[in-house]
Design a protein around this ligand. Sequence first.
Ligand code: PHE
Length: 449
Amino acid sequence: MKQRSTFGSKLGTLAVVGGSAVGLGNIWKFPYVAGNNGGGAFVIIYIVICFVIALPLMMSEFAIGRSTRSNPIGAVKKLTPQKGWTLMGYASIIASLMILPFYSVIAGWSLEFLKDSLVGGFAGKSAADVALMFEGFVSSGWQPIWWMLGFLVVCCLIVALGIEKGIERYSKVLMPLLVVMLVALAVYSSTLDGFRQSAEFLFKPDFSKIDGPAVVHALGQAFFSMSLGMGSMITYGSYIKKQDKLSTIAGTVAVADVVIALLAGMAIFPAVFSFGISPTSGPDLVFITLPTLFGQMAWGSVISVVFFVLLLFAAMTSVFSMLEVIILYFIEEFHVSRPVASGGAFVIIAGLGILCALSQVPGSSLTVGGQSWFDIFDNLSANIVLPLGGLTTILFAGWVMKKNVLRDQFTENGAYGLKSYSLLKFLIKFVIPVAIAVMFLSLAGLIRW
Ligand code: PHE
């Protein structure tokens, strides 16, 4: 049998896994979700969830992937004879198919905005002008579709090159560039008047703003941002070398993911506050509020180009990981070549992406209960599908997988001790499932607090 590939180097592994985690979730979503849910107190709860719930879940996903060296469906089949659990594997394919379309549409928007920034298209425009530009673009139907397709073609071509020669090679370039650009933006933002106000907004907790829905949003955001509950980390886990410490990789990625989300907040909010805009301006923050501000700032067009390139790179490396879930499944379960699997994935996602993009044209009939497919995919994936995927995965790791398999994975076959192993096991078996379940009950309105 042909030897299965692994990541080439440790740094490469961190770039790839970190690349999956750091994405639109950090830069587009986190600032407005934190803004809408009250700022500081939300951030604290978010950080606790990232380390107490998401981090052990990430390690468990890695363990499932690495112990079987398989795609999520193959992995479950290898780990238990109980057929029902393979549903968990299929759910991960469905989740990828839900997130990829709207995610690629947003990546397409950043290409359009990058083009506008390059020609200085925001200079001197009012928020109403930019809103009109944005709405005109989104409702034009085909324009966002071309950008989305272009973005998707490039991503599929890179993934078609393979793990080491495609995903890893490109992530090793894109991720450091992303970090440099984000730090540069945050440094620039620290010179703006609204900097202090942003720091207070993001870091000064006001717990009266925290209620059940805020906690559910924090959980959904943490799963989305750390790419959990949908097989991406199982898939990437299957490429991690056997001597590389899962705890170190997951810990580093969790810290990086949180730090980058906060940096993104600190890069974005100062401009927002300096211009007296409310931090709760929602998903439009990045595509209406920010471009307006860029158009009025010194160096605005340079900053705006950097920002949209950053957004694009962040989206690309995350899309690699979602594509890989589908592509590896096609390769291993249907025995097709990687290029064929990539082509197949492209066709399916392009179709769903077109559906999403068209559903946003005003008056479109592509809606369910008044919601566009775009919003349905977005809300359903973060608030239901990923937490549900996370719940089943953690139950699987804690109660179904053989104890020694999990222990061997967490200690690299005994090569390293893991002092916190019993704590981790306790979290995985009891604390995390109960916490996620409680959040579901609260989402369903069965518990209120
Ligand atoms: N983590 C990515 C982000 O923050 C999104 C993602 C979700 C990627 C699920 C892979 C799997 O944008």
